[in-house]
Design a protein around this ligand. Structure first.
Ligand code: URA
Length: 240
């Protein structure tokens, strides 16, 4: 599919610091070229084929961007919030572009892997219940995990009296009575917390460590972002 668009739109979309009006100025100064020729803001270009240079550096076209965030506590997974900072505030300016949003939500007090993107289609597939994308959490609890908890989760526990969960996998951690991993393939509101409440326990710490086959990079500090190359993303998310 060809990606024909105006030069000013292309440059301002792909390069964070440059607005459309600045593109005009840069064109006047001869700082932008298309296929070796000085460009004008209203030139029509093919984003996938044409070679656009800004100040001697090629602008690599990316239709969408995919960012792994290691979310800290205290941030909300939305694009706007009155009181609390949003996860978008943690995206560094070199990765930032218009239209970014978190694909799926973690609670304000949950840490770990949040995928931030501007790709609505991929996000929709990833979150669609019919695709059953696994999400794995590391969980710390107030009380010892009871012997029957894994079995109850495996059978699909009912929470708050009438909400039936899909089967979930609880993995014990050797030597740990109050820590475990839990893998879900759906995303009900406060699901992990409510599942443990249903078996008389309470989550004290929660961190998402993977989505599909993509694991949170262990070297990524809390509060930091990493760009994920999109080419293999659908495979790793199990959504093709
Ligand atoms: N389950 C929860 O209870 N909270 C989260 O943030 C994610 C899953």
């Amino acid at each position: 599919m060809s990606k024909i668009m105006r030069l000013d739109r292309f440059v301002s979309n792909q390069v964070y610091e440059v607005s459309r009006s600045e593109v005009k100025l840069l064109c006047k100064k001869g700082k932008i070229s298309v296929n070796g020729r000085n460009a004008r803001p209203d030139d029509k270009i093919d984003a996938e084929k044409d070679e656009v240079f800004l100040d001697g550096r090629k602008i690599e076209y990316k239709e969408h961007i995919y960012i792994m965030l290691n979310k800290p506590k205290g941030y909300v997974c939305s694009t706007k919030d009155g009181d609390s900072p949003t996860v978008l505030e943690l995206v560094p300016k070199e990765l930032y572009r218009e239209g970014l949003f978190p694909a799926g939500r973690l609670d304000k007090d949950t840490e770990g892997f949040v995928l931030i993107t501007d790709d609505g289609e991929l996000s929709h597939k990833m979150l669609s219940p019919k695709n059953h994308v696994d999400k794995k959490y590391y969980v710390e609890l107030e009380r010892d995990i009871r012997e029957d908890t894994a079995q109850l989760f495996e059978e699909g526990i009912t929470i708050d009296g009438n909400e039936k969960c899909l089967p979930a996998r609880l993995e014990r951690i050797d030597g740990e009575a109050r820590k475990c991993y839990l893998t879900l393939n759906e995303g009900k509101y406060h699901q992990v917390k409510r599942m443990f409440e249903a078996v008389g326990n309470k989550v004290t710490y929660l961190k998402r460590i993977s989505i599909g086959k993509i694991f949170l990079d262990e070297n990524l500090p809390v509060g930091n972002c990493l760009e994920i190359l999109h080419k293999y993303l659908p495979q790793f998310l199990d959504i093709i």
